[in-house]
Design a protein around this ligand. Structure first.
Ligand SMILES: Cc1cc2nc3c(=O)[nH]c(=O)nc-3n(C[C@H](O)[C@H](O)[C@H](O)COP(=O)(O)O)c2cc1C
Length: 182
């Protein structure tokens, strides 16, 4: 059980979004507060309302909404965060992270976060083995971002290979290590 842990969970539009219920339940089982932040494309796959049902907290997705008021969400959300976790992380999101692109609330919070950052890639095996994607992953590693390598699995297309998001247990163990609990 973790004490006083608040995780900012960056969610992008990969099929592994299906595994969010397991992942968020596993984080909450450790007593973590989970503040989900979604990309606009992720919001087309599942609704922020659904994700709020999983976290039990407000979900954030659009920095430019009127109700953000003067909160400056991308800074305030991560100011006291214990950790930033991107899961699932698409090839697109990894490319943006690796190149300092900050054009939505997930990428801006990632860039502004000075707590440990963990990225869980999830994509088709052909995307995962692409050298440009791998160079982006390596660049993140070089900058202290923890990458939880994807595992072997079957995609929605029926193809098999390495690219499936790591299971919730492996992600929770990595978070625990990054927080210094083991
Ligand atoms: C049904 C569907 C499933 C997708 N699954 C993945 C995936 O698992 N991994 C990935 O990198 N891209 C996947 N994509 C492509 C991304 O959604 C696309 O690159 C999108 O621009 C990502 O936006 P985001 O990174 O801002 O969320 C998928 C697209 C669709 C339509």
């Amino acid at each position: 059980m973790w004490i006083n842990v608040r995780i900012v969970l960056g969610v992008s539009a990969g099929m592994a979004i299906n595994f969010l219920p397991d992942l968020i339940a596993a984080l909450r089982a450790q007593s973590a507060l989970v503040d989900a932040v979604m990309t606009p494309h992720a919001c087309k796959m599942v609704s922020p309302m659904y994700v709020s049902g999983l976290t039990g907290r407000r979900t954030y997705w659009d920095e430019m909404t009127a109700d953000a008021g003067w909160e400056i969400p991308h800074i305030n959300l991560v100011r006291d965060a214990s950790l930033f976790l991107a899961a699932p992380a698409t090839a697109n999101l990894i490319g943006k992270f690796a190149n300092g692109i900050a054009d939505d609330l997930v990428t801006t919070t990632f860039l502004a976060c000075r707590a440990p950052r963990i990225v869980c890639p999830a994509m088709h095996p052909d995307m995962w083995r692409d050298p440009i994607l791998q160079a982006n992953v390596e660049r993140l590693r070089q900058n202290g971002v923890v990458i939880i390598d994807p595992v072997f699995g079957q995609c929605a297309t029926g193809d098999s290979g390495v690219g499936a998001m790591a299971p919730a247990e492996a992600i929770v163990n990595a978070v625990s290590r990054a927080l210094g609990f083991e």
